[in-house]
Design a protein around this ligand. Structure first.
Ligand SMILES: Cc1ncc(C[n+]2csc(CCOP(=O)(O)OP(=O)(O)O)c2C)c(N)n1
Length: 371
């Protein structure tokens, strides 16, 4: 009897090819600052476009000054942001004031643009409790240090927003390394199941400290992980501010319209080290890779685009740079003037009602601090 040929159960190649087609990188502005996707152009006025540029230039200067202040010993923990301005600032620009921001440790710029005073951001860097106290009108949590934890928290905050019937969203940020954590999967899955109004942003800057993204996952994109959670996923050119803005704005609309959460992967690069604690990027990436990414720079690209529309000049840019430097100088002075943190501050800021053992310790420290 002739052997019967069996049908293949799964055609893996076909499956992967289909997935790949669904998660192609979304772009509006190419590296030369030319619009390559007119149909997707976001609805931003000339003033709004200029404001987006202002914020990105300011943030680049803040990064340069923060690195320098850190080297002078005037700041503590600092994770550089240059190269990620489009991913950070343009995504935040698509939000509304009432939206809730849950940042990672590299996402201090979004907090500042959401309303955290700069001097408090400096205090956060110094590990001072005042840096973690959001003003009442700023819907945000402090930067999360535990990789991925903010994804679970965001699912919860978004569910809370839904239960209160509010038309707002919770947005969170992590890196490509964060997308390997269990919390990432739990967060997107839970938010998907409850159609919670959440936006999950993964800034894929290609390295989790020194580990390249290729070693983190066999999946071709991080965006495609959305499919397993039953939510919308998109991979965006994270050096293109207009693409990041458009994708985030659309995700926000989906969320507030009750159509559930989205996962946005932004392809970007951090030009500096992982943090200022001493890693050396030359140990894990080549100059060629760095040059390749610097050629995609979001500020250069957006500047070219704005200049082509007569919306930006060198004078405009210098004004922003000077104002940023001045504000940073004032903010660091204000941070310096903040009373030193005491042990009793830590204890009293942690609990509304002190547990018995801390009542005792509080007395001991009060006594010590009074001397
Ligand atoms: C749960 C947990 N594991 C390990 C660390 C140590 N750690 C700090 S940053 C980092 C890499 C994160 O990389 P990625 O998520 O890609 O973000 P990026 O720093 O590139 O923005 C690791 C492993 C941590 N903070 N939390």
């Amino acid at each position: 009897m002739a052997a019967k040929t069996k049908n293949q159960v799964v055609d893996s190649k076909k499956q992967f090819d289909a997935i790949k087609k669904q998660f192609e990188t979304f772009q509006i502005l190419n590296e030369k600052g030319e619009v390559v996707n007119e149909a997707a152009m976001p609805d931003l006025s000339n003033d709004e476009l200029r404001e987006l540029m202002r914020r990105m230039v300011y943030t680049r200067i803040l990064d340069q000054r923060s690195i320098s202040l850190n080297r002078q010993g005037r700041l503590g923990f600092y994770a550089p942001t240059a190269g990620q301005e489009a991913s950070q600032i343009a995504s935040h620009y698509a939000l509304e004031k009432e939206d809730f921001v849950l940042p990672g440790y590299r996402d201090v710029p979004q907090l500042i643009w959401h309303g955290l005073p700069l001097y408090q951001a400096f205090l956060f860097s110094r590990g001072h409790f005042r840096g973690n106290q959001m003003p009442d009108d700023v819907n945000a949590l402090s930067p999360q240090i535990i990789i991925g934890a903010q994804f679970v928290q965001t699912a919860g905050v978004a569910l809370g927003i839904k239960k209160r019937g509010k038309k707002s969203v919770a947005i969170t940020y992590t890196g490509d390394g964060g997308a390997s954590q269990g919390d990432f999967y739990e967060g997107i899955n839970f938010a998907g199941a409850y159609k919670a109004p959440a936006i999950f942003v993964v800034q894929n800057n290609r390295y989790a400290i020194s580990t390249p993204v290729e070693k983190q996952s066999a999946a071709e994109t991080i965006a495609q992980k959305a499919a397993a959670a039953g939510i919308t996923g998109v991979q965006v050119d994270g050096m293109d501010p207009l693409a990041v803005y458009a994708a985030t704005r659309e995700a926000r609309e989906r969320a507030v319209n009750g159509d559930g959460p989205s996962l946005i992967e932004t392809l970007c690069f951090r030009y500096g080290p992982h943090t200022m604690a001493g890693d050396d990027p030359t140990k894990y990436r080549t100059k060629e890779i760095e040059n390749e990414w610097e050629a995609k720079d979001p500020l250069v690209r957006f500047r070219k685009f704005l200049e082509s529309k007569d919306l930006w000049t060198e004078e405009d840019e210098n004004k922003v740079i000077d104002a940023a430097k001045e504000e940073i100088k004032e903010a660091i002075k204000k941070a310096d003037a903040e009373p030193k943190q005491k042990v009793t501050d830590l204890i009293s800021n942690m609990y509304e009602e002190l547990p018995v053992n801390l009542v005792e310790q509080m007395e001991i420290y009060k006594e010590k601090e009074s001397k």
